[in-house]
Design a protein around this ligand. Structure first.
Ligand code: ADP
Ligand code: MG
Length: 323
């Protein structure tokens, strides 16, 4: 059973950035408006995520570490209208199977918190804890018991860079949430939580870049697109600064990348990519978020329609401005 858990964990937890993604998604699902992420050694040494969300009751905390004991899906029909980021009930058990994990959590109803310490899937200790309302999870020694996986990790700076990029994207997609990101004791990001995307753009890319971003808003045929695209002079050499969210979930979308290429054709030098933050909303039945356990890729029913809508919307914004 423990071996099976460790193998299954590989599906959800590929590298440190997968741990950060799962923990932060849980914080967002818990309604937190403050998420503090701090890592050391590229996340290989430690990852700590602290939130001010709803917390977990003492009875439910052990359940959260049992596979598929998620609180978020009641029946199969729910799968078609997922509105939370998590729904498999796999992340916490998977992470705890391949690392050293300590959780401290408290709900608003209870006067004291509760902690659990699990290492390699074994519960070592648990009991009452003094802590504020919300949840704090510290993950250390990732993959200490799966050496093959540990060996496959890149350098600390590469792994840390992936986490950095993800946190930027999540902050841009959730402008109402205050994100703090600390890497090896140094504060890398503090987003204000004002709900205003340009404020987050300024925190992530700097004030100058934020001033070169143009708003995009369209609703057509049940698809809503909302966000900001950079003026062509803001282009960069990689696609890393293209942030796409579908129904609040940060994703990679080849379709949106192609649409941006269409929209900026002739405006950018070859090999350059625009800066963009695009939030797409459509009804959940039209989405297949089940496509990959790590859920960074999703499938939509109407990819072609989406591509043409994004391309048209962005092109018209670029055309309307005196470039
Ligand atoms: P899923 O997100 O798919 O439900 P997880 O393994 O990620 O599964 O989490 C298991 C359960 O633990 C969640 O359904 C939720 O009830 C609870 N949980 C996890 N993290 C938090 C958090 N930060 N705040 C409140 N509840 C949490
Ligand atoms: Mg989850």
């Amino acid at each position: 059973e423990q071996t099976a858990c460790r193998i299954a964990a590989g599906e959800v937890v590929e590298r440190p950035v997968s741990v950060v993604k799962e923990l932060v998604e849980n914080s967002l699902d818990a309604g937190a408006d403050l998420v503090n992420i701090s890592i050391t050694g590229g996340g290989i040494e430690s990852i700590t995520v602290v939130d001010n969300g709803c917390g977990i009751s003492q009875e439910d905390t052990p359940l959260a570490f049992q596979r598929h004991a998620t609180s978020k899906i009641k029946n199969a029909a729910d799968l078609d209208r997922i509105t939370t980021l998590g729904f498999r009930g796999e992340a916490l058990p998977s992470i705890a199977a391949v690392a050293d994990l300590t959780i401290k959590t408290r709900t608003p109803e209870s006067s004291e918190g509760y902690y659990m310490h699990i290492r390699g899937g074994n519960m070592l200790d648990s009991g009452p804890a003094g802590c504020p309302v919300g949840t704090s999870i510290k993950v250390k020694d990732l993959f200490y018991n799966t050496p093959a996986r540990r060996k496959y990790l890149k350098s600390k700076s590469t792994e840390g860079g992936l986490i950095n990029d993800l946190v930027y994207k999540m902050a841009l997609v959730r402008p109402r949430v205050r994100f703090v990101f600390i890497h090896n004791g140094r504060e890398v990001l503090r987003s204000p939580g004002s709900g205003n995307i340009p404020d987050v753009l300024a925190a992530v890319y700097g004030l100058r870049a934020a001033k070169l971003m143009l708003p995009v808003n369209v609703v057509e045929a049940g698809i809503e697109i909302d966000g900001y695209v950079g003026k062509p002079e803001l282009s960069r050499s990689t696609r890393q600064q293209i942030t796409v969210a579908v129904n609040g979930r940060t994703v990679r979308s080849t379709t949106v990348n192609l649409a941006l290429e269409d929209a900026y054709r002739g405006l950018l030098t070859v090999g350059r990519h625009p800066v963009a933050v695009l939030s797409i909303r459509l009804s959940p039945e039209k989405l297949d978020v089940n496509i990959h356990p790590a859920k960074m890729e999703i499938k939509m029913d109407r990819e072609e329609e989406l591509r043409s809508l994004v391309a048209r919307a962005v092109r018209s914004v670029l055309r309307d401005t005196n470039l």
